[in-house]
Design a protein. Structure first.
Length: 278
């Protein structure tokens, strides 16, 4: 089976083009290719296919085999692959995801797609849309969440997939790798959740780390950075346009008043291609 390894600021996936290959059990394949010592090494598997409602489609499977609705870093890579491999030779294209169709505008230099601006859609802010159980307050903004002996103030957003955002004073010494899986699997989140710990540097700048649902600690999360942009603005901590500093690099986020959508801009890179003995 031919594959391509790609990443968006370190959030890396194994991509398989379904116009060339057939994948009978993508969940099992994701579990096999993702381990960094025994597989190709990735945060998961993304399948690129045809679509009746868009230019191409994508399905994303986390490292544990669970299927996710959307991946902001992954969708930039899908658009880059589609453009450079001739699946869609348009600099503005639509990609079908489980969270809906996303529109991407590529930045092309010398025939190479080096970055992309993605319309991540409108955030879903109602508790049942995230989903999260609990108080009878419709939006989860600055709500207390007890995790063992720790009590966090969290704001929750769905970007087509669930996100729990926890502002903190500092990341130094924070046991986020222990808190992350506990929050991911907390009883208040019936579909589990992605978890982000955020330090606000200024009204235009944040630093964040992510525990990704189904994959664990990742160098970047595009839907997560989008959720952070929304959450921090709802808390009055930032404006609608921010730069998010993640361990793998930076993303620019804009939550526009005009259409209510979040726009994410960042790079996409191909690392290598190869053959997986299947």
């Amino acid at each position: 089976m031919h594959f391509t390894k790609m990443h968006g600021i370190g959030n890396d996936y194994v991509f398989v083009d379904l116009s060339q290959e057939t994948v009978a059990d993508p969940a099992e394949l994701a579990r096999r290719v993702s381990p960094r010592s025994f597989g190709i090494g990735s945060d998961g598997l993304i399948l690129i296919g045809r679509s009746r409602s868009a230019d191409v489609s994508m399905r994303i499977f986390n490292a544990d085999g669970s299927e996710a609705e959307m991946c902001g870093n992954g969708v930039r890579c899908v658009a880059k692959y589609a453009y450079e491999h001739g699946l869609c030779r348009k600099e503005e294209m639509a990609v079908e995801t489980k969270a809906g169709v996303r529109t991407i505008r590529l930045v092309v230099e010398g025939g190479v797609a080096v970055a992309a601006r993605v319309n991540m859609g409108r955030p879903r802010l109602r508790r049942r849309e995230i989903p999260m159980t609990g108080a009878h307050v419709e939006r989860v903004v600055g709500e207390e969440l007890r995790v063992g002996e720790t009590v966090l103030s969290v704001t929750c957003v769905s970007m087509g997939n669930p996100h729990c955002v926890a502002p903190v004073e500092t990341l130094d010494g924070l046991n986020w790798r222990e808190l992350g899986p506990q929050i991911e699997n907390h009883e208040r989140f019936p579909q589990r959740t992605n978890v982000h710990f955020v330090v606000v540097r200024s009204p235009e700048e944040v630093e964040m780390v992510t525990w990704e649902r189904g994959s664990g600690p990742t160098l970047a999360c595009g839907t997560g950075a989008s959720a952070v942009c929304v959450a921090m603005h709802m808390l009055g901590r930032t404006g609608r346009t921010i730069t998010a500093h993640l361990p793998g690099g930076d993303l620019k986020l804009e939550w526009l008043e005009a259409d209510g959508c979040v726009y994410m801009t960042g790079p996409a890179e191909e690392v290598f291609a190869g053959e997986w003995p299947d």
